[in-house]
Design a protein around this ligand. Structure first.
Ligand SMILES: Cc1cc2nc3c(=O)[nH]c(=O)nc-3n(C[C@H](O)[C@H](O)[C@H](O)COP(=O)(O)O)c2cc1C
Length: 349
């Protein structure tokens, strides 16, 4: 998987708007690979996006799905009150803080029906039965992991490739389980450490992701044994991305640090620090997707109003170096930088 790409760069799935069929098609046309983000979408909306992407590109592309977890045990009371005040400011009702399975089963049927060539899973492992169905249908299975232990669980269910997500990564950590008491929700491995540790355990193809924003970063992870590099934030300001204007502006302005927060969704995610992160973190429980459903209408209203202090401004640690313009030009730049890095490496004998 991914060995045949003209340039081994993958546009990461970015749920919540940034990933569009146009972005996936543009990165594919430039020689890379792209994942559609299935997270938060209805099964019908995912089917539409798959159809649209297939119209735009004759090349293979992937789909990412969120594996559902259990219902929250945490008390959401204080956090609901915090967000209620913001909802009132915008004249919207907070969402219902309910558990859902993100229409996982229905979306799995969609990717099976559409024979999507690569299906990646985040927040857990698919069942061995579902992996078997995908394999029988001609699809390959990738699983996002954040630690060697998660890698072993993904290998055990029959994954064909692992997406190794370092703590540098933008947005949600792919943690199988969020440990409420642990900083960042669980062990924190940088992308190179994870690549080294997992390479020692398996020969499966490994995709590296997290904080990779320059072609030299791609060269670095390839040198360390990855088959491809998956970049999210590097494409957030691409012309074809569906990133909200206020999010784009905050990324372009730079200056804000990033931090892990459960404020917006109830799961640790890396975001630019804004007022919501600073003021609400103390009351943010480990309760995904309940908190995500609670804050959704409020975040949408803040986004519409261009209020960067209340929206989720998900981004990786190196966001300040991500550029803008057509996705093809971003890929072209990454490729030139990677070649330059390879030339520098050729000094090693
Ligand atoms: C806005 C945003 C949304 C994301 N949504 C998803 C998602 O739906 N599924 C997923 O597996 N990863 C998601 N990610 C994480 C990426 O797959 C990847 O791990 C991350 O972007 C890598 O770090 P980088 O942003 O520094 O490149 C998202 C990342 C961002 C920035």
């Amino acid at each position: 998987m991914f060995e045949d790409l003209r340039f081994p760069v993958i546009a990461a799935p970015m749920a919540g708007g940034p990933t569009t069929p146009e972005l996936v098609a543009a990165v594919t046309a430039a020689g890379g690979f792209g994942f559609l983000a299935g997270g938060y979408l209805s099964a019908d909306a995912l089917a539409d996006r798959i159809a649209k992407t297939a119209e735009l590109t004759g090349e293979p592309f992937g789909v990412n799905l969120f594996v559902p977890g259990g219902a929250a045990e945490a008390d959401l009371g204080g956090h609901i009150e915090r967000w209620r005040a913001e909802a009132e400011r915008y004249g919207v009702e907070p969402g219902e803080p309910r558990w859902d399975d993100d229409a996982y089963t229905a979306k799995l049927e969609v990717v099976l029906e559409r024979k999507v060539p690569v299906v990646s899973f985040t927040f857990g492992v698919p069942s061995p039965e579902d992996v078997g169905r995908l394999h029988a249908n001609g699809s390959e299975v990738a699983v996002t992991v954040t630690s060697p232990e998660e890698a072993e669980r993904a290998i055990a269910v029959g994954a064909d490739a692992l997406v190794l997500q370092g703590f540098e990564a933008g947005a949600h950590r792919g943690l199988f389980a969020d440990e409420p008491e642990a900083e960042g929700g669980g062990p924190q491995y940088g992308v190179l450490s994870l690549l080294r540790l997992v390479s020692a355990r398996t020969d499966l193809p490994l995709v590296a992701t997290g904080g990779l924003v320059h072609g030299a970063d791609i060269a670095a992870v390839l040198a360390a044994g990855a088959v491809a590099a998956q970049l999210g934030t590097a494409f957030l300001r691409a012309d074809e991305a569906g990133t909200q204007p206020a999010h784009r502006l905050a990324l372009a302005d730079g200056g804000r640090p990033t931090a892990f927060t459960r404020v917006f969704s109830g799961r640790p995610a890396r975001s630019l620090v804004n007022r919501a992160v600073t003021d609400f973190s103390a009351t943010a429980p480990s309760a995904y997707p309940e908190v995500n459903n609670l804050t959704k209408p409020i975040r949408a209203a803040a986004g519409k109003a261009g209020d960067a202090e209340i929206m989720s401004l998900y981004a990786g640690q190196t966001y300040e170096l991500a550029g803008s313009g057509p996705a093809a030009s971003i890929v072209e730049r990454l490729q030139a930088e990677a070649r330059e890095a390879a030339t520098r490496l050729s000094r090693l004998r």
